[in-house]
Ligand binder design. Structure first.
Ligand SMILES: C[S@@+](CC[C@H](N)C(=O)[O-])C[C@H]1O[C@@H](n2cnc3c(N)ncnc32)[C@H](O)[C@@H]1O
Length: 233
């Protein structure tokens, strides 16, 4: 099975309990990571913004609060089941007029160039089949001077912390995640594995520069579990 099919099968299976799992497995810290990433977008009231791999729309909802009713958020994901959960949350938050959820592939975004003031992607690029293509697309649709903010898991560098993290992510996380989501596709085994295979924060910065960003800075969060990269077009 190719990566895209495998990833989509896993997210379809995990969708209904994805939010609960995120909160349990990260002890609720994912909300802080997402808030911080959205702050780094520097999105302003009235801006037109895009959230790629939006999943259940957490980041899109945070962006909507920043851009206000005069702005607009487009939330794109390949997975229908994840988007359905996201749409319900958007409705519950009374943000249907500000956020448009639509199915689409990060590797071939259906928008013209220089369209968005800022673009975000949270825990998404690790799952795409062609990383460079996804970043090229995010770069293309961003206005010159706009930012692309990428939040993604990475690997802690400090040995003790890494040892604890490896134990947690290879042993505890798959067991707890699988029980909560009643998953049969192996998504919570895939998760730690995909993090190990993903480029380091330094390499990801290089890739973003190669794609064309004029500057890329990154910050490590929570002891190096997560990195947030900010690329300026
Ligand atoms: C781990 S979830 C992250 C969801 C959300 N951004 C968050 O931070 O909670 C990854 C999402 O990326 C989506 N995804 C994976 N590959 C994609 C692609 N090529 N294009 C668009 N979305 C994709 C999956 O369907 C899934 O909803």
């Amino acid at each position: 099975m190719d990566k895209e099919k495998m990833v989509q099968r896993m997210f379809s299976s995990a969708a209904k309990r994805y939010d609960l799992n995120n909160s349990v497995l990260s002890f609720g810290i994912h909300h802080y990571w997402k808030r911080h990433a959205v702050e780094l977008t520097n999105a302003q009231e009235g801006n037109n913004v895009l959230d790629v791999c939006t999943g259940t729309a957490d980041i899109a909802i945070l962006l909507a609060k920043r851009v206000g009713s005069s702005g607009h958020v487009t939330a794109v994901d390949l997975n229908r089941e994840m988007l359905e959960v996201g749409k319900k949350k958007v409705k519950q938050a009374g943000l249907e007029k500000v956020i448009t959820c639509s199915q689409g592939n990060a590797e071939s975004l259906k928008f013209g160039k220089n369209k968005f003031d800022t673009v975000t992607v949270g825990f998404g690029v690790r799952n795409v089949s062609h990383l460079e293509k996804a970043f090229s697309e995010m770069y293309r649709v961003t206005k010159p001077g706009g930012r692309v903010v990428c939040l993604e898991f990475t690997q802690p560098e400090r040995p003790i912390f890494r040892y604890i993290y490896d134990f947690y992510s290879f042993k505890l996380l798959p067991a707890v995640g699988t029980i909560i989501s009643r998953d049969k596709t192996g998504i919570y085994n895939y998760l730690p594995d995909s993090i190990r295979k993903f480029p380091t924060a330094v390499k990801l910065r290089e890739l973003m520069l190669q794609v064309g960003f004029s500057s890329v800075e990154y910050e490590m969060l929570s002891g190096g579990i997560v990195a947030v990269h900010v690329g300026v077009k």
